[in-house]
Write a protein that binds this ligand. Structure first.
Ligand code: AMP
Ligand code: MG
Length: 327
């Protein structure tokens, strides 16, 4: 983008919530914290704002965006709700669950948001800052994660600042702990729930509430791309390459630990106490910091300790696997 703009880091207070909402009304993009990761949002009704999101993120236009809405009632303004969706809405919204539902005729959402599909991804966030912005702005906000496409998501205002300075007018700061992983995405195939993306809400919890198994996206090969476009193999990736299930670091590596770091190793820990929630909230910031450490210490690879594949550990492993893919 040619015309650079001044990017402000704003403390989250009532005045700045109003300011962020004004920017959105003028068609600008705003970065804000949510309970999952930081989002970069724009007016979901505005083609112009939505095009900006794709441009600043360098996101392929076939990768549709999640629309953030203020409450459950607003789902009906945009989508057709089935019985199972209704159960999930009642149990898990607001929260880190995104549902893919057929768009209804009333919806005023820009067609660029949905990449021309006849479905829409909807989420009701629970974090007070995005909730206040949604309330003040009064319209749905389309918001993917606040990172350049393919890179690790931002869980610190500063990481978003480094990605978007000069391109957007403001970034809302936040000090509260976050889950640190994106929302779980669930769609429906022939009336059955399908997990389209592992995320912050554990799939077991969804299954418990529905009383049935949730299909996994890859099991429906033929329709995989249509059900969830944009789920590329390589994603969340730093510049350094990644080696998974490592016990110690090789010469060209820094180490990402889970539990105590090995003696004299150059690296950083996801969680010294082997706490999966703590590891989740540290994942992206640690990837970004270790990438920088690689650069400074002339190393090329991040060796990652193995993470238990249970609960939220499944989502951490999904992200690490994607981050480690070569293409
Ligand atoms: P992100 O915004 O990067 O967190 O990713 C959002 C993801 O949600 C996309 O990559 C899609 O896989 C999925 N998604 C969003 N909208 C739709 C939709 N209408 N149909 C299917 N999947 C969607
Ligand atoms: Mg993303």
């Amino acid at each position: 983008m040619s015309n650079k703009i001044q990017t402000e880091l704003l403390k989250c207070n009532d005045n700045n919530i109003k300011k962020a909402s004004e920017y959105l009304k003028q068609g600008h993009l705003v970065v804000f914290p949510t309970e999952t990761v930081f989002g970069i949002g724009g007016d979901a009704f505005s083609d112009k704002a939505i095009k900006k999101i794709f441009k600043v993120k360098k996101r392929p236009i076939f990768n549709p965006l999640i629309v953030h809405i203020k409450d459950k009632d607003s789902i009906e303004d945009n989508a057709i709700i089935n019985k199972k969706a209704e159960i999930l809405i009642n149990y898990f919204m607001p929260g880190p669950l995104t549902l893919i539902l057929p768009i209804n005729k009333k919806s005023k959402i820009s067609k660029f948001v949905t990449a021309g599909l006849n479905t829409i991804a909807l989420r009701v966030p629970s974090h007070k800052i995005i909730k206040s912005i949604l309330e003040e702005f009064g319209r749905p906000i389309a918001a993917p994660s606040a990172n350049i496409s393919g890179k690790p998501s931002s869980t610190r205002a500063n990481d978003a600042y480094n990605a978007f300075k000069g391109l957007i007018p403001c970034i809302m700061e936040n000090k509260d702990a976050q889950i640190g992983l994106e929302s779980t995405v669930v769609g429906f195939y022939e009336g059955n729930p399908v997990l389209l993306r592992y995320g912050a809400l554990e799939v077991e919890k969804i299954q418990d509430i529905l009383g049935e198994k949730v299909l996994i996206r890859n099991s429906i090969k033929k329709t995989e791309k249509v059900l969830s476009p944009g789920q590329t193999l390589r994603h969340y990736s730093p510049v350094a390459t990644i080696r998974l299930n490592a016990v110690k670091a090789k010469k060209n590596e820094v180490f990402m630990g889970f539990g105590k770091l090995p003696e004299n190793v150059l690296g950083k820990n996801l969680s010294e106490n082997r706490d999966l929630s703590e590891a989740a909230s540290n994942l992206y910031s640690t990837l970004i910091d270790l990438d920088e450490l690689c650069f400074k210490s002339n190393k090329t690879q991040i060796a990652v300790a193995s993470i238990p594949n249970i609960g939220i550990g499944k989502t951490i492993n999904d992200r690490l696997k994607k981050a480690s893919n070569k293409n």
